[in-house]
Design a protein. Structure first.
Length: 451
């Protein structure tokens, strides 16, 4: 008996240590079993206490009276599927007549307390079916991406959601996006994850970094074009507009609109073209967009209008030509001048890290969800990398990207440097890579010749 007691104490101590130091390991060893038993045993009573049951139907009451049996109890939603995961539990529930998916969403906080889980979220899968995802621990405290990722062309895993699922940046579904974040909020790490995820793909990367290229120039071996000041950025954006017009001419020439061609084969964008004719897609990363919109003289104002006009044109028309925008900045508001709100309207994807004012959060989510605005301004300063991600559908999630150092991102870009396409329209903006003993070369096309 003494040996059994000692073993039990050691197991309990090991479980407590794992739960404190390694919550993911604790969940996989002890937590998933205990939580599954707790949910299955308490399910009926918890659903009744949370108001997620419906009274018995009339025919069941009549049958009970006829057979002289006790009245049947209220019925909770049916459990259609119960699946443990590496971060929690997933329940797929079949709603009873009279129930709504909003009822489950409104009771999510009560379900979290009743089942002793860290977090509970729900989404409607189809009419009458709701998926409830429960997390057993704080998955955003120490982000660990799963080993198996659903990667596809132009679809990049960049972060982990609070429900344990992976957050993807899918350019085919959401062509353009806006990413906001104050200094030291984790915006640069999110951008590095994005570049590192795009590096192995057949895509051209174009960067505009007005901080003299300190963020994007180290990754230059994987970039087809880079600009480090507003003057070069204006010329680069004009070149991208010219490329977009050329791609549209190619699509027009290859549409194959004849009576003998099925409708599914008629080309309307680059993805409908044959693979040997398809132009390489282009992802444009703009860091610190406010630097492109600020001006202090008449000449700078003309340059600013030229830049914003080009960005708006690319946002409105670039999707079919395979040109996708990633607009990043610390501040994004209507005071940046005319055309900014028009540009914002074309950016479907929205990601907001910690921001310093409510106006920036409103520019990101004000037209999507007031709850997302409130969540964005409540991000604590010590949780770098935590962000709110949403889109124009109104849905939003808390996400956090895994920490990727600049050295890791540089190594990834260097490893896939052979995939960097040479685009004729952007050849003047191709970064000139220098050795460690050479002087840095400016990215401007008007750089003075070295003697």
């Amino acid at each position: 008996m003494t040996g059994f007691t000692v073993a039990l104490v050691l197991v309990v101590a090991a479980a407590g240590l794992l739960r404190w130091r390694r919550p993911a390991w604790y969940w996989m060893t002890f937590g998933v079993t205990l939580a599954s038993l707790r949910v299955l045993v308490r399910y009926a009573s918890v659903m009744d206490a949370c108001g997620l049951t419906v009274p018995p139907s009339r025919w069941r009451l009549a049958l009970a009276r006829v057979t002289n049996r006790p009245s049947p109890e209220s019925r909770p939603p049916r459990i259609l599927r119960f699946r443990p995961t590496r971060t929690g539990l997933v329940l797929r529930l079949g709603l009873r007549p009279g129930q709504d998916a909003f009822d489950v969403a409104a009771a999510s906080d009560r379900l979290r307390h009743s089942f002793s889980m860290y977090g509970v979220t729900s989404r409607e899968v189809r009419s009458g079916v709701v998926e409830v995802r429960m997390t057993g621990y704080d998955v955003l405290k120490r982000v660990q991406m799963p080993a198996k990722l659903d990667t596809r062309p132009m679809r990049v895993p960049v972060a982990l959601r609070e429900d344990g699922s992976v957050h993807y940046r899918d350019y085919r579904a959401v062509p353009h996006a806006l990413t906001l974040g104050a200094t030291e909020s984790g915006k640069s790490v999110y951008q590095r994850n994005l570049v590192a995820g795009l590096a192995p793909m057949d895509v051209a990367l174009v960067g505009i970094d007005c901080k003299q290229g300190v963020e994007l120039f180290p990754l230059g071996r994987r970039f087809s074009a880079l600009a480090d000041n507003p003057d070069t950025a204006a010329d680069l954006l004009d070149a991208l507009v010219s490329r977009m017009e050329g791609v549209y001419q190619l699509i027009r020439a290859e549409q194959r609109i004849t009576a003998a061609v099925p409708d599914a084969e008629i080309a309307a964008d680059i993805w409908d073209l044959p693979e040997h004719l398809r132009p390489v897609p282009v992802v444009v990363l703009v860091d610190e967009v406010a630097e492109l919109a600020l001006f202090a003289s008449k000449d700078e104002e003309k340059r600013r209008d030229r830049i914003i006009t080009a960005l708006v044109r690319l946002a409105q028309l670039g999707r079919a030509a395979g040109i996708y925008l990633e607009i990043c900045g610390q501040r994004f508001g209507s005071e940046l001048g005319k055309g900014i709100t028009m540009l914002r309207a074309q950016l479907t994807g929205r990601t907001a890290h910690r921001v310093n004012d409510e106006t920036s959060a409103n520019m990101a989510f004000g037209d999507i969800s007031p709850d997302a605005v409130l969540a964005a301004i409540q991000i604590p300063a010590e949780l770098r990398g935590l962000a709110i991600a949403g889109d124009s559908t109104g849905g939003w999630h808390r996400i956090r990207a895994p920490h990727t150092s600049l050295r890791q991102a540089v190594n990834t870009c260097n490893r896939h440097a052979d995939r960097t396409p040479a685009l004729p329209e952007l050849a003047p903006f191709r970064p000139e890579l220098t050795g460690p003993s050479e002087a840095p070369v400016p990215l401007s096309k008007t750089a003075p010749a070295t003697v």
